[in-house]
Every structure is written in C-alpha cells, then in structure tokens.
Design a protein around this ligand. Structure first.
Ligand SMILES: [Zn+2]
Ligand SMILES: [Zn+2]
Length: 330
C-alpha cells in the first residue's frame, strides 16, 4: 500500500509530528493531489494555538496547496491526472444554506476548511473537493504560486472590500501585504505600509514592492488614508487605523483572529468611518484574483523549508523573522 507523510497536529499548543499513513483514495467528487508546495499562513498558527472555534484534532494544517492531480474520484471532470491545481482554505460548502444561495458562500453555515476542519497540505498528499480547487499555470514555480492560494486570495477580497480609494494603509507587512502592495501599485494607488515599530528591514521590503511610505504602526501616515487593511492579529491596531483614515474611511480586518480590541472614544469612529472583517473567500474571488495575478506580474518572495521543518517555519512566522512567505516543500 502506498504511504504518504504528513506533519500532524495532535493536540492544540503542541509541535507538529511527522506521521506516515496510507495514501487516501479520493471519494466521489474528490481529487487526490500530490503536493509540490504548501504555503504557511498565520491562520495555521491560530489552528495550532487552539484559537479557532470547533477545532478537529488530529489535523494536518496547511491551506495554500499547489500540486498535481494524482487520482480522481467518481464524477470528477476537468482534472486529468497530472493537471496542476491549487487547493485553498475554503474546502467545501453546503450549497443550500441562505448564504450559499445568496452567492455568499464564504459565510456558509456548514463549510469545511482545508487544514482546519479537514486535512490540509503539510503533507506529501491531500484529498480535496474538486469543485473548490483552482487550475494553476503548469510552468510556474509551485513554491512561488503557493502564497497566492490564501495570502493572495483572501488578501484580494480584503483589498476589494477596502474600496476604490487611492491612499491605502496596510498594517502588518507579511505574506498578504507583500502581494497586495504590488497589486495596488500596479493600479496606481499609494500604499502606506505599517510594520512593528523599528522593523526597518520590513519597511525597506515594503518600499521595494511599491509602497510610497513605510513606518512603524505607532507613526501617523503623511496623508489621511481612504482605507486601511489590518493583517496583523493585533486588535489595538483597530483604533489606530481608524484615526489614520479620513471621514467615511473604512478599516478592514483581514485575519481570522485578533487580540481584543481596546475601547476607544466614539469620536474615533464618528463621521461615517467603518470597521469590517473579511471572512474566508468565495470561488469567484479566487477566479478573479488568479486572472489578475499574471497581468500584475506578481512576484512572490518565498522562503522554502523542507516539510519536516514545518515547526521551524511556523516559529519564524510567529517571531516575525520572515520576509515574504514561508513555503513547505515535501
Ligand atoms: Zn452553505
Ligand atoms: Zn491563510
């Protein structure tokens, strides 16, 4: 029986452990993916730390999967063996709840999420629902594509929800921000990048990707912002960002989990400023973003780790030691 390897989270708050198990067979509507690369996302840290509701253990984290179809289950069309595919965070939806029916499948009442409520991509193989997978360019480097599958897709949704304003603040310059800064610069917007105070390396990195200004999150931008996106999981940034946006401006929280938001005077919200969160993605977001990515000429900056070094990659992400995105290579 063929064997696969996976880095498994057995209990929250513990290190991942390498396990061997039989390669699963794809069920009806599913594909078996032989993984070429899987990105490491901050959400994986929240899964590992037990910060998300209704967890399932043991679980294989990872929802930025790039690989090739190794086998298909009954009733799967359009995914010939060998086809290059991407598997994102949204693993499946129910299709019948009010949100699914309204075209808001990102808010589905009964979803499955890759690397959270179903096994993900910190592995040599994964099974995925074919309806939620994306075709990806065959020639591109798999590691370079991996961050697009979440940092890119959910970043794109956050960016769209931030609106059309030309002065855009981004708090937390990690994987998602380094992709969005390129999109925004390509569209002629002015990006203001906020990092941890004193992180001059991240600020230099942001400027190299098209940010017109970069500074610490304790600094005020040189002009009032039309909108701001917060990717850092730091609730204290919500009132900070609200103070940086102009009247009618919007603050979008792009992460799945944040520390508590401190109380702030109503004056900070007044004048039709808005705070919103972004949850998950729809398949339409994915198609839209993957169509725009080649036009932008997106270049992702990745740091490769062998699969067995997943814990080291997660530690580097947790400690802010990464420039761009960590990617696991099985
Ligand atoms: Zn649903
Ligand atoms: Zn993610």
């Amino acid at each position: 029986m063929p064997v696969m390897r996976a880095m498994v989270l057995e209990r929250p708050g513990t290190a991942l452990v390498m396990r061997e198990r039989p390669v699963p067979l794809p069920g009806p509507g599913e594909i078996l993916v032989e993984i070429a690369a899987c990105g490491v996302c901050r959400t994986d840290l929240h899964v590992i730390d037990g910060e998300l509701p209704d967890p399932r253990y043991p679980v294989v984290p990872g929802h930025e999967i790039v690989g090739n179809v190794a086998a298909t289950g009954e009733g799967v069309g359009g995914f010939a063996p060998g086809t290059r595919v991407g598997v994102p965070w949204l693993g499946a939806t129910c299709g019948v709840c009010p949100y699914c029916r309204a075209g808001r499948e990102n808010l589905c009442d009964n979803p499955l999420f890759t690397g959270y409520t179903r096994d993900g991509g910190y592995a040599t193989h994964a099974v995925a629902d074919a309806r939620f997978c994306f075709h990806l360019p065959e020639q591109a480097d798999a590691a370079a594509l991996a961050p697009l599958m979440c940092a890119g897709l959910i970043g794109w949704r956050s960016y769209r929800i931030a609106g059309e304003g030309t002065a855009l603040g981004i708090y937390g310059f990690g994987a998602a921000a380094h992709i969005l800064a390129q999109v925004a610069a390509w569209q002629g917007r002015r990006v203001y990048a906020f990092t941890r105070a004193g992180d001059t390396a991240a600020q230099d990195f942001a400027r190299s990707l098209g940010a017109v200004w970069a500074g610490g999150s304790d600094e005020a931008p040189p002009e009032a912002l039309d909108a701001a996106i917060i990717f850092a999981p730091v609730g204290a940034l919500v009132p900070v960002a609200l103070r940086a946006v102009k009247k009618g401006g919007r603050v979008v929280c792009g992460g799945i989990h944040m520390s508590d938001i401190p109380s702030f005077p109503y004056r900070t919200l007044w004048e039709e400023r808005q705070v919103m969160s972004v949850a998950n993605l729809t398949r339409a977001d994915g198609r839209e973003f993957l169509a725009i990515a080649p036009k932008v000429g997106l270049k992702t900056e990745v740091v490769r780790y062998p699969l067995g070094q997943a814990n080291a990659a997660l530690n580097d992400l947790r400690n802010g030691r990464l420039r761009g995105a960590a990617v696991l290579i099985p």
